[in-house]
Write a protein that binds this ligand. Sequence first.
Ligand code: DP6
Length: 351
Amino acid sequence: MAQVFEATCSAPVNIAVVKYWGKRDTSLILPTNSSLSVTLSQDQLHSKTTIRASESFTEDQLWLNGKQESISSNKRLVACLRETRALRANIESKDESLPKLAHLKIHICSENNFPTAAGLASSASGYACLVFTLATLFDLRLNASELSIIARQGSGSACRSLFGGFVAWEMGQNDDGSDSKAVQIAPETHWPELEAMICVVSDAKKGTSSTEGMQLTVKTSPLLQHRIKEVVPRRMEDMIQAIKDRNFPRFADLTMQDSNQFHAVCLDTYPPIFYMNDISRAIIRIITEYNKSGVKAAYTYDAGPNAVIYAPRENMPEIYALLSHYFPGAAFADSLGMLKEQKKDWTPADI
Ligand code: DP6
């Protein structure tokens, strides 16, 4: 019987506090600005991937959340496979004793334990996990920044999920993308009191994908040019400083301003893109009101209506009580991995 080589890994979700939105190179996935995110705990939200390689496999195959998907039509996945196989082939050429894995067909089985494509960064954990599992199977011995360069070619935000804690994706300058990589600003132990709570406003698949939406923004939004040139370079520096200082009010202000500007460039896109809905905007008003006596929580929204609230742990019970008062029955997951309540169809109370 043919030998089967196997690796299983999991990777976490990250939520940006300085958003990536726009590519300068769509095939290498090179961004128009640097970005910064916080990696959430793997306990609740993660992707898990098993990859097997065997002589007995006749073609590369992929199962995503239990459903078989095509590999050949997925250019990004093909790029990640090509890159990791080339690195493995190179190692094998230098060491005759190694098993010849680079030429074997593989079966990939990947699952997210949260709704795919609902603006909950499933592509980030998914591609980080794919590349990490390939690197484990092929024993590539690359560091996380090196792996991030490959994961970036699967999905931009995936490069940041190779690290825990606070992670910057440096946009880089090179045309070949060799310096467009993730670096860790601080490990998760640096600021253990900081927590994230996810408010699942809707788990429906989003209307405009990030990939599609951001290139329409690049083409049509004058505000994006201002963001890229004037706002983000300064905001990256300020955010890194706020994290280093564990200065929550500063971190929160920058996070909320950046989320607001990201959704403003979506509105400035022509035709406009709307990711937030009435409930998302209601949550912004509640958090703004809550912060009037001092900044105690920060909201941020990606390409979907779900809110992520960052706050020091001590404030979380109050925030949870506040939001569940206005939105009884909504699903909230905190970064400690507890899904507190879940109900699909719910209507908000009066706001
Ligand atoms: C709003 O990484 O999903 O979440 O590179 O085309 O796969 P592609 O896009 P993707 O975009 C994420 C956009 C964002 C902001 C962020 O995570 O920085």
